[in-house]
Write a protein of this length. Structure first.
Length: 366
């Protein structure tokens, strides 16, 4: 079990990763709070609630349940959760524990940041994506219509508890989706982490906590190092958006029904590699190596039927665009990226066509 310190402008907090992480709540000052509530999904609580309470030492916390899925990340659900907290007596000195994947974490953080003008919360991420990425850094948000994460806040948690045991109940596809985010962090971190992923990827399984825990901790450390230096998404934190510009457009183009988030990011990373290669910034050998590893994770949902023009039209809607100007995270080599804001539309269009017709995969296979 590793404890990683996050330096936040509001207060420092720990990310605890590894077997036994839930037990760290026993040393957290829960006695300082008037009441404790858990926000989670019904199925998840049925499977893990008893274990969580036993390991964390919590006794009969208040419970607020939401439906699973992206549709719960909405303003109507914020009102529903806030009303549920109020009806159970939550006040300004209450603690909210967000136990779940990215949807629960983002929603829970947003509710905590706004309920009675802000209460403390703890993240208990239960998916790979949440454990290495979304639960760390204090970004909270809900969707508005088709626009993902349009309304949100920067509001750090008091503690993050990433227990790999809970990943054992993940479906294979959901688990693989999280691995794309781990690979993103490996690309950002550099050759040593990337080589480790090349070596160990085929052995990573939801039930193999012993091998998985150090990988998760290493990936989480990448996120912690970035957000500790750039908490509110300035230039440095933009590197974490590798693959997300195209990825978010793919999600929106398919109404969030075809891709899991990590799968869209997997496609998005390969798209950014193509842009980098067409700009002459990324060498073919580096591109091939990264594409091969992404492809080893497993099959990705198809994109051949998606029109490049439709994807292009959605790109400026990315919430990180300023005056329609996109900031592309372009890999120069493993461990080094560059933020490029003046990529010609023709280059992006050509890269999308390459992606659709398998040009990157063909090169990576040879």
């Amino acid at each position: 079990m590793e404890r990683i310190r996050v330096r936040s402008g509001a207060f420092p907090y720990d990310v605890v990763v590894g077997r036994g992480a839930w037990r760290a709540l026993k040393s957290f000052p829960v006695g300082n709070y008037s009441s404790i509530f858990v926000l989670t999904e019904g199925g998840l609580w049925k499977r893990w609630g008893e274990t969580f309470c036993r390991e964390s030492g919590l006794r009969n916390p208040g419970l607020v349940l939401i439906p699973s899925g992206e549709r719960s990340k909405a303003l109507r659900m914020v009102e529903r959760v806030a009303s549920g907290l109020l009806s159970q007596g939550a006040d300004r000195r209450s603690l909210l524990i967000a136990m779940g994947g990215g949807v629960v974490g983002d929603l829970g953080g947003f509710v905590a940041s706004t309920y009675m003008r802000g209460i403390d919360y703890v993240q208990v991420p239960t998916t790979v994506v949440a454990q290495v990425d979304s639960a760390i850094g204090g970004k909270t948000a809900v969707d508005v219509g088709a626009m993902k994460n349009l309304i949100g806040t920067f509001y750090p948690p008091r503690l993050v508890l990433a227990e790999p045991l809970v990943l054992a109940s993940l479906g294979e596809r959901t688990f693989r989706s999280g691995l794309y985010e781990v690979l993103k962090h490996a690309i950002l971190a550099g050759p040593r982490f990337f080589a480790l992923m090349e070596k160990s990827l085929d052995s990573l399984r939801p039930q193999n906590g012993r091998l998985l825990a150090p990988i998760l901790a290493r990936a989480a450390r990448v996120k912690v190092e970035v957000v500790s230096r750039d908490e509110r998404e300035g230039n440095l934190r933009r590197v974490l958006n590798l693959g997300h510009t195209i990825g978010h457009a793919l999600e929106e183009a398919t109404r969030y029904r075809r891709f899991l988030h990590g799968e869209a990011v997997g496609w998005g990373m390969m798209g950014s590699f193509r842009i980098g290669a067409r700009l002459g910034l990324l060498k073919p050998a580096e591109e091939n190596r990264m594409v091969r590893l992404i492809r080893r994770v497993g099959p990705l949902p198809p994109i051949k039927d998606l029109e490049a023009e439709k994807i292009l039209a959605l790109l400026p809607r990315d919430k990180k665009a300023v005056s329609g100007n996109l900031h592309w995270v372009i890999v120069v080599r493993i461990g080094k990226v560059r933020i490029v804001s003046d990529v010609p539309t023709e280059v992006v269009r050509a890269a999308l066509e390459d992606l659709k017709h398998g040009s990157a995969e063909h090169r990576a296979a040879n």
